[in-house]
Design a protein around this ligand. Sequence first.
Ligand SMILES: [Zn+2]
Length: 362
Amino acid sequence: MKALVKESPVTKTNGDNGLLERLEAGAVICAEGYLFELERRGYLQAGAFVPEAVLDHPEIVSQMHREFLRAGSDVVEAFTYYGHREKLRLIGKEDKLEPLQKNALALARAAADEFPDAAPLVAGNICNTNIYDPADADTEREVREMFDEQVAWAAEAGVDYVIAETIEFHREAEIALEAIRATGLPAVVTLAVHKPGVLRDDVAPAESCRRLEQAGAAVVGLNCARGPATMTGLLAEIRKAVACPVAALPVPYRTTEDTPTFQSLEDPGCAHLPSEGAFPTALDPFVCNRYEMAAFAREAFDAGVRYLGVCCGGAPHHVRAMAEALGRRVPASRYSPDISKHYALGSDASLKQVNRDYVDEL
Ligand SMILES: [Zn+2]
């Protein structure tokens, strides 16, 4: 792994320029989407979607943290997403649980320490366990145990707060929140809302967020599943239902009223798909461009959303465009587009006219 920078890392105590203070001052950007990006790069397997790269290719995870920070993320989210007991059981590697979790937390901290001026926040992460079953009361205890062990490692690693994300059941979100609250750390709880528009235990997203706020969540909102076009309406309802900061981290895909989630997107024009839908490995034609994500960030901010980011499918260029849409200049802004220098599309006076005259033929 790359040696850390020499400067002494910025140390923060919780509550000192922490999450809540930053949200009061403006927007907080949190880049997510590690799972999909590392799958595309060849460092983890689609299907099981276990973040094995944390142990097998830690330098790649560190580089992704770095890229997201350069692009303007205010937060390094430890890549423990789907690195939980149930997922590791599925691939026969439950013994890797603790090293994976602890290494992910260490990588996140090391990446944050590389940016002492920005002093990014470090977030722990828990997510849908895939074992919760509303019809089986025993699963409540099992879910709580899974969350407890993960948030304990996150707290031990000194994270600034813990994210519970892509939670599909209101009750599972409550259990996650209780586990985080037990550590005393702030909790950001984001729900994944599928086609029916309600959580899987039939609670409306706004009502779920209202109850989660009452139960002590610092930030509530939505992540994953929906693209900007089909998340915005739900966000407006949530904004009205709560007083606390609202989070929005859509997937950067062009979801529609008929196909409101990225899982439901179909690509009938493509004859080469291995399955009926485009999810999860053939979503390329649906990716939102950076300008669409910038517009989403601006509109969501204007609608009162303060915690913004991207989820599965997101990449640094999306994050940079969102940060710039919020008026920021970030390290990667040094390389933001300047088409005036393009050999044919450009307007720079030194460019050859013969190429500029050819522009319509490109
Ligand atoms: Zn996602």
